[in-house]
Design a protein around this ligand. Structure first.
Ligand SMILES: C[S@@+](CC[C@H](N)C(=O)[O-])C[C@H]1O[C@@H](n2cnc3c(N)ncnc32)[C@H](O)[C@@H]1O
Length: 339
């Protein structure tokens, strides 16, 4: 058993690249287009894979079926809820898979022990990029910035569909909302589509909102959330606070509080982020949260938070209370903060 654990973990990067291969070959798209369980030979012909390599494809599919990415019946391969997320005319989470499996993301992970033992303050990401912070690199190298924004948009699409379907009451009674660090506007578009009466603003760094598609349905403001956040009834921060350490989060949340001052009913902040819960029966969810935590530590020097850690920064920023909704959007929770 112990040997299996070590063997499995040593090889588990292969899972990431098997998934990446499924994305590159658009296996989800081929199975969807076939419209019924797809036999291996049909999948191979459709991609196309040379006949002599069909058995290699079969072995890749065996792994991905075992991992629940695809299903299988007697007649052939099927989509599962996981592989449906990879469909390019759906959530298109392939962009997210590509971001985390691109050469630049995986480079230098073998230096993690060096980051832990040296006396410097550089994150692994900063070590890889001559001391530059991730936000600088994303700004300075448009190719990286575009890939990042595309991956965030695909993840956002899938989280937001779940939020609007399962937690729409959080938008009740609101007249205005600002999506703080809202990227190129995927979430804001889904919110205005679902709640046409709600006046929404997309707010992010100027070079990011430049790339957002403009329209009449929402306003777009470029700026720095550490300086000023546009006022509204609700401030929406999805996958933003996990990019920052505790002190920075308190600064951001204090700026949010200032932006809520003009709200007639007091307003609220809506946070979508991971709450690490070791009591969760779903051990895969705990593991995914912890992988995210190491990822945040290594990219931004930031973290995913437990309930207690959220409690500390929320009250530390002067909020009177908060509520964590019993809803899971992937591994993300919904937290409402009251000023
Ligand atoms: C992890 S992404 C999340 C994007 C989006 N909320 C989503 O869920 O897809 C964090 C976002 O914060 C933005 N950001 C970083 N620093 C910022 C700042 N000082 N002011 C405003 N936005 C900032 C980034 O540009 C990026 O779009």
């Amino acid at each position: 058993m112990d040997l299996t654990v070590v063997q499995n973990l040593s090889l588990s990067y292969i899972s990431s690249f098997a998934l990446r291969c499924a994305v590159d070959l658009d296996i989800s798209g081929h199975i969807q287009a076939y419209g019924r369980p797809m036999p291996l030979n049909e999948l191979a012909r459709s991609i196309p894979i040379p006949p002599q390599k069909e058995s290699m494809l079969g072995r890749l599919m065996t792994l991905l079926v075992h991992q629940g990415v695809f299903g299988q019946s007697e007649d052939g391969y099927l989509l599962t809820p996981a592989s449906e997320l990879l469909l390019t005319d759906g959530s298109n989470l392939g962009a997210y898979v590509r971001l985390f499996t691109q050469a630049n993301s995986i480079k230098n992970w073998d230096r993690l022990s060096e980051v832990l033992t040296d006396t410097g303050n550089c994150t692994l990401f900063e070590k890889m990029h001559d001391g530059k912070k991730a936000w600088e690199i994303l700004k300075d190298i448009p190719e990286y910035g575009n890939k990042f924004n595309e991956a965030m948009a695909s993840q956002s699409n899938s989280i937001m569909r779940g939020l609007v379907a399962r937690c729409s009451n959080i938008f009740d009674g609101l007249n205005s909302l600002v999506d703080v660090g809202g990227g190129t506007g995927t979430a804001v578009k889904i919110i205005v589509e679902a709640f046409p009466g709600l006046r929404c603003t997309l707010f992010d760094l100027p070079h990011v909102v430049e790339k957002a598609s403009k329209g009449d349905s929402f306003d777009v403001v470029g700026g720095d959330m550490f300086e000023m956040i546009p006022p509204a009834d609700a401030l929406f921060l999805k996958k933003v606070l996990h990019d920052w350490g505790d002190e920075d989060c308190v600064r951001i949340l204090k700026k949010c509080k200032e932006a809520l001052k003009s709200s007639k009913n007091g307003g609220k902040v809506i946070v979508i982020d991971i709450v690490i819960d070791f009591e969760n029966k779903d051990t895969k969810a705990i593991e995914t949260s912890l992988l995210y935590d190491i990822s945040m530590m290594s990219i931004h020097g930031s973290k995913e938070r437990t309930k207690q850690e959220w409690h500390d920064i929320i009250l530390g920023a002067g909020y009177s209370g908060y509520k964590i909704y019993p809803v899971q959007l992937g591994v993300n929770s919904v937290i409402e903060l009251y000023p």
